[in-house]
Design a protein. Structure first.
Length: 579
C-alpha cells in the first residue's frame, strides 16, 4: 500500500478551491439542449409550479419513467436560487463533485494518500465523467450514490474495521442504495447486490453475508426509499405496472424502448470516456486481481470476534468486479445509452489511481506521448468541421465551434507535452510518475472537455435548443398581449427544451413522443390531427405554435392565419394574428 506523502494541507485546500471554481463555474454557460436536459429541467419546474411533489408530470401529464429524487433536488434549487440553467444543472454538478471527494476520502483510508489523490484526479478529468457532471441527466446522480455505497461497503468490510465502524459504514451503504433507488430505480440496489454476490462467490467468502447487517440495513433502506413509492401508488394505481414492469423488466429484456445496440456498444465509450488515462485501463483492472496489503489476515477488533470462515477482505477485487459486472450487465441489456456506464467510473478511477501510483516513468511517458499525438490528430481533424455544414447557418455555427475544438486540441497537446517533460521523483528506488505531471495532464483533459462542451453553444439555433424560439415567442406575446393567457401548440415535434424556456406547457399535435402513457390519462393535452388543430387554432383567442418549416408551408397553403415570430434551422414559431 502506497504511503508516500501528500501535498501539504494548504496546497490540498487550494487545489480543492480551484477544482470547485472550475467545476461549478460553467454550469450556466450553455443553454439546455434536447432531449434530456430540457426534460429533467422542465419536470422539476412543473413540480415547483404545481406544488405536487408526489406525482411527477411532464407537459402536465403523468411521467413515471424515473423516481423523483433529482426532480426534488432541482425543484428545491429553483425555489432557493430561481429557475435558470445553473440551478437546472446544479444537482449533477454537486453529485459529481461529491463523488470525487468521496473517492479521495475512502481511498486514502483504504489505499493511501497518493493513490487516493491520483484516483480523484482521474475521476475528475476523464472525459465521460467530466461530461456527465455538467450535463443534466439522471446518470450522474445515481452513479454518485452507487459510488458512495461502494466505498461505504469497502470501508465497512475492512479487516481492521471495528464492530462500530462496520455497522456504521454498512448502514451508510444501505442508505446510499436507497438514494440511488430514488434517483433512477431498482438498479440502485440490484447492481451493487449483484457485484457483491459475484465477489462472494468468487472468493467463496459466504461468511461475509453475516457482516452486511441485512436486517437493520434493509429496514433503513425501506425507511428512506419506500415512502414515495407507497404515496405515488396510492395516488396512481397504474404506476406499478408501468414503472416496475415496463421501465425495468421490459427495458432490459426487450427492444420496446427502441434503444437496441450491439453487445460491443459500450466499448468505444469506455475507451474514449477514460481519456487521458485509457492506456492504463489494462493495468488498472489487473490491480483488481492483486492482493491487498491488509489481506494477510484479520486485524483490529475483529480478532476478538467470531469470524469463523471469514476470508481476508479484498477491496481491489471488489473494485474490479464493480467495473466488469456492471459493464457486462448493461452490455447484455436490450436498451443501451452511453450514460448507462457512468456508475463504473468511480471504481475504475480508484483502480487507475492505484495503477498511476505504481506506474513506471517509462509507461507514464508513453501515455503522455500518445495523448499529445492524439491531440495533434484532433487538431488536424478540426479543419474538416466546416465541411459538415449543409446550410449557410450551419456553416457559420460550425466555424465558430471549430475554434473551440481547436482550442481544446491545443490545450491537451500543451498539457501532455508538459506532463511528458515533467521531472519525475523516485519511489522505492525506481523512477515513478510525478504527481505534478498527473495534475497537469488532468487539468488539460478537463479544460479540453469543457471547451468541447461550451463550444456547442454555437449550435443552439441549429436545432439543438429552442431557447431562441421560446424567448422570441414569449417576448412577442408579452408585448402584444401583456398578462393575457394563450394556448401553445407543438405541431409534429415535441421539443424538450421549449417548455422550459417558454415557462409553459403545450398541447401536443399529431406527435405523442414519449408521453404516450401519460396522455392516456390526460387526453385533453393531445390533438390527434392537423384538421383538429386548425379548428382549435381558429377558436383560441390568443395562440402560438412551433412547428417544422415544411409543416408551416402545408398549413399556409391550407389558409391558416398566422404571423411568423422567429425561425431557426429546423422550426418556426408563429402566433395567431390579432383581430
Amino acid at each position: 500500500m502506497d504511503r508516500s506523502p501528500l501535498p501539504g494541507a494548504a496546497r490540498l485546500w487550494a487545489l480543492l478551491l480551484v477544482f470547485a471554481v472550475l467545476w461549478f463555474g460553467t454550469l450556466d454557460y450553455r443553454t439546455l439542449i434536447k432531449s434530456d436536459e430540457g426534460r429533467y429541467a422542465e419536470i422539476a419546474r412543473e413540480m415547483t409550479v404545481s406544488g405536487d411533489w408526489v406525482t411527477p408530470r411532464y407537459n402536465d401529464v403523468k411521467y413515471f419513467y424515473k423516481p423523483p429524487l433529482q426532480y426534488w433536488a432541482t425543484a428545491t434549487a429553483y425555489e432557493v436560487f430561481g429557475i435558470n440553467e445553473w440551478t437546472a444543472r446544479l444537482w449533477v454538478g454537486l453529485t459529481s463533485f461529491a463523488s470525487v471527494l468521496v473517492l479521495f476520502f475512502a481511498g486514502r483510508q483504504l489505499f493511501g494518500g497518493r493513490a487516493a489523490l491520483l484516483g480523484a484526479v482521474a475521476l475528475a478529468s476523464m472525459v465521460l465523467p467530466a461530461f456527465a457532471g455538467h450535463f443534466n441527466t439522471l446518470d450522474m446522480g445515481v452513479g454518485s450514490f452507487m459510488c458512495a455505497a461502494l466505498f461505504a461497503i469497502l470501508l465497512a468490510q475492512r479487516d481492521e474495521a471495528s464492530l462500530a465502524q462496520e455497522r456504521f459504514w454498512m448502514l451508510v451503504c444501505w442508505a446510499m442504495m436507497a438514494l440511488a433507488l430514488l434517483s433512477k430505480g431498482l438498479m440502485g440496489i440490484v447492481l451493487p447486490g449483484l457485484v457483491l454476490f459475484v465477489y462472494i462467490v468468487w472468493t467463496r467468502d459466504f461468511a461475509r453475508l453475516k457482516r452486511l447487517h441485512i436486517i437493520k440495513g434493509l429496514a433503513l433502506f425501506l425507511l428512506i426509499g419506500a415512502p414515495w413509492f407507497v404515496l405515488v401508488m396510492r395516488a396512481n394505481p397504474e404506476f406499478f405496472q408501468f414503472f416496475f414492469i415496463h421501465e425495468h423488466f421490459e427495458r432490459f429484456t426487450t427492444k420496446v424502448h427502441a434503444r437496441y445496440q450491439p453487445a460491443w456498444y459500450f466499448i468505444p465509450f469506455l475507451l474514449l470516456g477514460a481519456l487521458p488515462w485509457t492506456l492504463y485501463l489494462g493495468s488498472a483492472l489487473l490491480h483488481g486481481l492483486g492482493r491487498d496489503a491488509s489481506a494477510s489476515g484479520l486485524a483490529g477488533d475483529r480478532s476478538l470476534r467470531s469470524d469463523k470462515g471469514l476470508r481476508p477482505w479484498r477491496p481491489r477485487l471488489l473494485l474490479m468486479l464493480w467495473v466488469v459486472v456492471i459493464f457486462v450487465f448493461f452490455s447484455a441489456s436490450k436498451s443501451k445509452l452511453a450514460g448507462y456506464i457512468v456508475p463504473i467510473f468511480p471504481a475504475l478511477a480508484m483502480l487507475l489511481g492505484l495503477a498511476l501510483a505504481d506506474s513506471s516513468r517509462r509507461l507514464w511517458q508513453l501515455n503522455a506521448g500518445l495523448i499529445a499525438l492524439l491531440g495533434v490528430a484532433g487538431l488536424i481533424a478540426t479543419f474538416w468541421i466546416p465541411g459538415l455544414a449543409d446550410t449557410p447557418g450551419e456553416l457559420a455555427a460550425l466555424q465558430h465551434y471549430q475554434r473551440w475544438a481547436q482550442a481544446a486540441a491545443v490545450v491537451i497537446v500543451i498539457a501532455a507535452l508538459v506532463a511528458l517533460a515533467w521531472p519525475g521523483p523516485r519511489y522505492q528506488g525506481a523512477p515513478a510518475a510525478p504527481l505534478g505531471a498527473a495534475l497537469c495532464l488532468a487539468l488539460g483533459s478537463y479544460l479540453a472537455t469543457q471547451a468541447m462542451m461550451l463550444g456547442h453553444e454555437s449550435m443552439r439555433d441549429q436545432g439543438a435548443s429552442s431557447y431562441g424560439l421560446a424567448k422570441a415567442l414569449t417576448g412577442h406575446l408579452a408585448s402584444r398581449h401583456p398578462d393575457k393567457p394563450y394556448d401553445l401548440y407543438l405541431v409534429d415535434d415535441f421539443d424538450h427544451t421549449l417548455l422550459f424556456y417558454a415557462r409553459k406547457t403545450a398541447f401536443m399535435v399529431h406527435d405523442r413522443d414519449e408521453l404516450d402513457f401519460g396522455l392516456n390519462y390526460s387526453p385533453d393535452r393531445y390533438i390527434p390531427d392537423i384538421k383538429t388543430f386548425t379548428q382549435r387554432w381558429e377558436a383560441s383567442p390568443v395562440a402560438a405554435a412551433v412547428m417544422y418549416h415544411k409543416t408551416l408551408e402545408t398549413l399556409r397553403a391550407a389558409g391558416l392565419k398566422h404571423e411568423v415570430v422567429a425561425r431557426d434551422s429546423l422550426r418556426v414559431a408563429i402566433v395567431k394574428p390579432a383581430p
